[in-house]
Design a binder for this molecule. Structure first.
Ligand SMILES: C[S@@+](CC[C@H](N)C(=O)[O-])C[C@H]1O[C@@H](n2cnc3c(N)ncnc32)[C@H](O)[C@@H]1O
Length: 259
């Protein structure tokens, strides 16, 4: 692959915190693709798609540290220690994370540890799920007629609850994107309506967006939880709320199920 700019190759003893994007491997940045080819060791988790992993050379050492909700393959302090240890062995370490490492990715915690340990690092941004899914599902996250702001929200707190500023979230003319919110969907929709958003506000859930397994369920705040349950949608899925979702049926262009 030609690289259009002079960037340094992956260096021994460095950790590269790389965003893998939402799933489609063609959404990797050029920097990410290059580092995946040059890494000695790849540390990755369950949000990284199989299609992206298929871009990594077979001889690269792979360490899975995946997490699924409360079921952590390796707790965060263990991941932090592993990155430091691999770098100190002189490896070129790629820590690959779904989407963007600094958006609900605990990338900040890992970098803090690298700074503490004096390990050199680079952070490579990735396309976050909201941007990738907005594009592939046909939902522009902002639109002059419908939304002048877009808010990324976690639908899952450390203790399993959802404790958010509902008055701020329930304002009109903005788009809400809930990461990790699928298990709390009924509570989220209920709170938004209780705090003033019309029950008819368009809303969507998108599972495994940008991949061949992408599924999109659209409804409104009143009916979305039942529609998602009926469709059998499980994580990873993103919830988008706002009038921009009303454009989805006209703007959708990616239909892997039809191919
Ligand atoms: C721990 S967060 C990580 C977010 C990631 N760092 C990013 O920037 O996209 C995981 C959540 O991201 C969302 N997500 C990530 N990739 C997704 C995809 N391809 N389709 C749907 N949701 C996705 C889901 O809400 C999932 O529960």
């Amino acid at each position: 692959m030609p690289f259009p700019c002079e960037r340094s190759p992956a260096r021994p003893g460095w950790v590269y915190l790389v965003g893998a994007g939402p799933g489609d491997p063609e959404l990797l940045t050029l920097r990410a693709a290059r580092l995946l080819l040059e890494a000695d060791v790849l540390v990755y988790d369950n949000l990284v798609s199989k299609e992206v992993l298929d871009c990594v050379p077979a001889q690269t050492e792979r360490i899975y540290v995946g997490k699924k909700a409360a079921n952590h393959a390796l707790p965060q302090p263990g991941i932090n220690a592993l990155l430091v240890e691999q770098a100190r062995r002189g490896k070129r370490v790629v820590r690959l994370k779904g989407g963007d490492p600094f958006i609900f990715g605990r990338g900040g915690e890992e970098v803090e540890e690298l700074v503490r340990a004096g390990v050199p690092f680079e952070v490579v941004p990735g396309i976050t799920a909201a941007a990738g899914i907005g594009a592939y599902a046909g939902i522009p996250l902002t639109h002059r007629d419908f939304a002048q702001a877009c808010i990324f929200v976690t639908g899952h707190l450390k203790d399993g609850s959802v404790d958010l500023d509902w008055d701020m979230l329930a304002r009109r003319k903005q788009t809400l994107v809930f990461y990790m919110g699928i298990t709390q969907l009924a509570a989220i929709c209920g709170q938004l309506v209780a705090h003033g958003l019309p029950a008819t506000t368009p809303a969507a859930v998108v599972r495994r967006g940008t991949t061949r397994a992408q599924r999109v369920v659209t409804a409104d705040l009143a009916t979305l939880p039942d529609a998602v349950k009926a469709a059998g949608i499980s994580p990873p899925a993103l919830t988008i709320v706002g009038d921009v979702v009303g454009l989805q049926s006209r703007l959708a262009w990616f239909h892997p199920e039809r191919e």
